[in-house]
Design a protein around this ligand. Structure first.
Ligand code: C2E
Ligand code: MG
Ligand code: MG
Ligand code: MG
Length: 273
């Protein structure tokens, strides 16, 4: 009996897995068409300097405008794109669109673009960045490349070399979602980031003491290395006040501004830059 149950269980799992694989394959094909057919769009979320409350940068966040399913958030397709290799085309589209948009903003406002560690493995990556800058006319110093700790899962010399060369082009390199990934502090010594973003999971627990302690520790670590700190996911005044008191340099979150389409972000920038 146990055996037949096991077999049924296995068959059930098998059918499930087959469905899952088919769904992902279909989604992959749709995504490929979406990238080629300009069905992707960028939203932009403001980053405010502390305590001045000016917009000093905006983060580009990709969305997929799906004909049947509506607006699909990146969490539902960036992982897939990383698995099937579409991330290279997707990432190139994002870089080009983001730089073009930012080229129309006041000079002091920078653009932050998320880059997957997998994109760095593309031998063309640096020329893709240079191409996006050249086509848009955006000054390299206005481009911030956000990368997560996962880049250091393999703490390879090649990765560090690419980040280094990206820095030589003139872009800033930002460590995103700090504290959630492969958290070994050693890599902070092996590569110098221009900015560290504290993950939203810590910020959202504020003012709970545990989270406050961790944020205080991250900020003092960053200060001792002379690296500015951004907090993401700020949703309440109370969180803002705590972060300000702790010496955080920049904030991003629904309290200050949601990700918004380009026409709207231009309005926000005009009134806050
Ligand atoms: P991320 O880079 O950490 O971006 C911040 C995410 O937090 C965004 O989600 C943003 O909408 C959300 N967020 C900002 N403030 C708040 C807040 O106050 N409360 C809450 N609950 N959420 C807030 P989004 O746009 O869904 O993006 C999710 C992730 O997808 C991003 O996390 C990033 O890792 C990835 N992603 C987005 N766009 C791109 C892209 O163009 N390329 C790549 N490789 N990854 C991207
Ligand atoms: Mg980011
Ligand atoms: Mg982040
Ligand atoms: Mg995050």
């Amino acid at each position: 009996r146990a055996k037949s149950l096991g077999r049924n269980g296995f068959q059930f799992f098998d059918a499930d897995l087959r469905d899952e694989i088919q769904t992902r394959a279909r989604l992959g094909n749709e995504l490929r068409a979406a990238i080629a057919g300009n069905a992707l769009t960028l939203h932009f979320q403001p980053l405010y300097s502390m305590p001045g409350n000016r917009i000093s940068a905006c983060e580009a966040l990709v969305r997929w405008h799906h004909p049947e399913r509506g607006m699909i958030p990146p969490d539902q397709f960036v992982g897939l794109a990383e698995e099937n290799g579409l991330i290279h085309d997707l990432g190139e589209w994002v870089l080009r669109a983001a730089c073009l948009e930012a080229a129309g903003w006041p000079e002091q406002v920078r653009i932050a673009v998320n880059v997957s560690p997998i994109q760095l493995r593309n031998p063309r990556f640096l020329s893709i960045v240079e191409g996006a800058l050249a086509c848009s006319g955006l000054a390299p110093a206005r481009l911030e490349v956000e990368i997560t700790e996962n880049i250091f899962v393999q703490n390879s010399a090649t990765n560090r070399d690419i980040l280094h060369r990206l820095g030589q082009i003139g872009c800033s390199i930002v460590l995103d979602d700090f504290g959630t990934g492969y958290s070994s502090l050693g890599y902070l010594r092996s590569f110098r980031f221009q900015k560290i973003k504290i993950d939203r999971s810590f910020v959202q627990e504020l003012p709970e003491r545990g989270a406050a302690g961790i944020i205080r520790a991250i900020i003092s670590l960053a200060q001792s290395m002379d690296i500015p700190i951004t907090a993401e996911g700020v949703e309440t005044h109370d969180q803002w006040t705590h972060l300000n008191a702790l010496g955080c340099n920049q904030v991003q979150g629904f309290l200050l501004g949601r990700p918004q389409p380009s026409e709207m972000i231009r309005q926000s920038i005009l009134s806050h830059a």
